[in-house]
Design a protein around this ligand. Structure first.
Ligand code: SF4
Length: 390
């Protein structure tokens, strides 16, 4: 896996086999008002046949000219664990056999506290899943209610125990801060209760108001508001409490015990190619990015009849690739190679003198202060590079 520290001097996409696979399961038993992913209730499409359609699309991928040498697999959604035990049984091992997961070292599945059971967890583990990501978000009822989550703190506790009992080598907790009505104290309590469980990894995201969500509309209507001071306070608490618990911040929103960082996400951040299966799934392969149709019924019909229905295709030029790397690599603890910024020494010097960037061993990193304005720093660097190249 290419990490941010291992790509020095590389300023264009890698060619070669695709090493990462994303599998999208769009079904959710309830829609959260902040969620912008492609998802829907089980009434759309045919959930009973969903796994068959995924296998059909996987066959098309295998028969295409795309070389595969998979190292990481990620099942996200939606809610992968909403699939029934028998549907998971018919999907996981057959997919692993079809696309050859024998070299896969990390296989993640997102887990919803309401839909995981001991038999499902055991089946996933036996099939080869190594990592689970539990969507806890918060440990207090008012915040869970605002987020529209229908699990209770006790159910999240129980789900965590199920995952531990099944023996997954890595269990991640997904958390969210700056939720409307969530006090700083409530967030600190969520962090403390999380570290009390001794998870291997925590993802702590600042809530964002994405277009096409109910939360965005409420924000537009003045019911909710972005509060930068609170964002910063909550982010600082996450860095402190998770860091003190031995979870190292290796990316702005991700904290892991040594050796338990997400290799799949590190692949995205490093600009590796990846293939996506399922409606709405994105693939980036050999300089081309495309997205499957966001309509489960049509996608299923297409996959079962041997057609891939794609709605967006985009060429990833070297310039676009570099822009993405700047934004994503800068968010990681490895930062980015100083050589990438050789054409913009003034911008680099200014951001360094402002205490936002530091340079060491030919890598450029965000400082502690810089982490609070990571996106702004990346945008500033990119603008300077863009001006330079005209
Ligand atoms: S946040 Fe997760 S559970 Fe909620 S609607 Fe989105 S994908 Fe479904």
């Amino acid at each position: 896996m290419a990490g941010g520290c291992e790509v020095e001097g590389l300023i264009q996409p890698l060619a070669g086999p695709v090493r990462h696979l994303y599998v999208h399961v769009p079904y959710c038993h309830k829609i959260c008002p902040y969620c912008s992913f492609y998802k829907h209730l089980p009434s759309e499409g045919s959930m009973g046949n969903y796994g068959h359609a995924l296998l059909a699309e996987a066959r098309l991928l295998k028969e295409s000219r795309v070389p595969l040498a998979l190292e990481t697999v990620y099942f996200g959604g939606g809610t992968p664990t909403l699939l029934s035990l028998s549907a998971l049984e018919e999907l996981l091992v057959p997919l692993a056999t079809l696309l050859d997961f024998s070299k896969v070292t990390e296989w993640t599945m997102e887990v919803n506290p309401r839909t995981i059971t001991p038999p499902k967890a055991q089946l996933m583990r036996q099939a080869g899943v190594t990592r689970t990501s539990l969507g806890v978000q918060a440990w207090d009822k008012p915040t869970l209610h605002t987020l529209g989550r229908d699990h209770s703190p006790a159910e999240a506790d129980e789900a965590f125990a199920i995952l531990r009992a099944a023996g997954f080598p890595v269990v991640n907790l997904d958390l969210m801060f700056s939720v409307p009505g969530q006090s700083h104290q409530a967030w600190q309590d969520t962090l403390e209760r999380s570290v009390g469980l001794r998870p291997d990894h925590v993802s702590a995201y600042n809530l964002t108001y994405e277009e096409d969500t109910e939360f965005f509309q409420r924000c537009q209507a003045g019911q909710y508001a972005v509060e930068e001071d609170r964002d910063e306070q909550c982010f600082a608490s996450a860095m402190q409490i998770l860091g003190e618990a031995g979870l190292e911040q290796y990316e702005i929103s991700n904290y892991g015990r040594p050796g338990m960082e997400s290799r799949h996400n590190q692949g995205y951040w490093a600009g590796d190619d990846y293939a996506g299966l399922g409606p709405g799934a994105v693939s980036t392969i050999h300089g081309q990015r495309f997205k499957n149709i966001e309509n489960t019924t049509l996608w299923q019909q297409g996959a079962m009849s041997g057609k891939l229905l794609r709605i967006e295709a985009e060429e990833i030029t070297a310039s676009k690739w570099l822009c993405e790397r700047l934004a994503l690599s800068l968010r990681t603890r490895c930062g980015l190679p100083a050589a990438w910024l050789a054409t913009v020494p003034e911008a680099l010097a200014r951001l360094t003198s402002e205490g936002l960037l530091q340079c060491q061993d030919n890598q450029v990193f965000l400082t502690h202060r810089g982490k609070f304005v990571a996106d702004g720093v990346a945008a500033h660097l990119w603008e300077a590079m863009d001006d330079e190249t005209g």
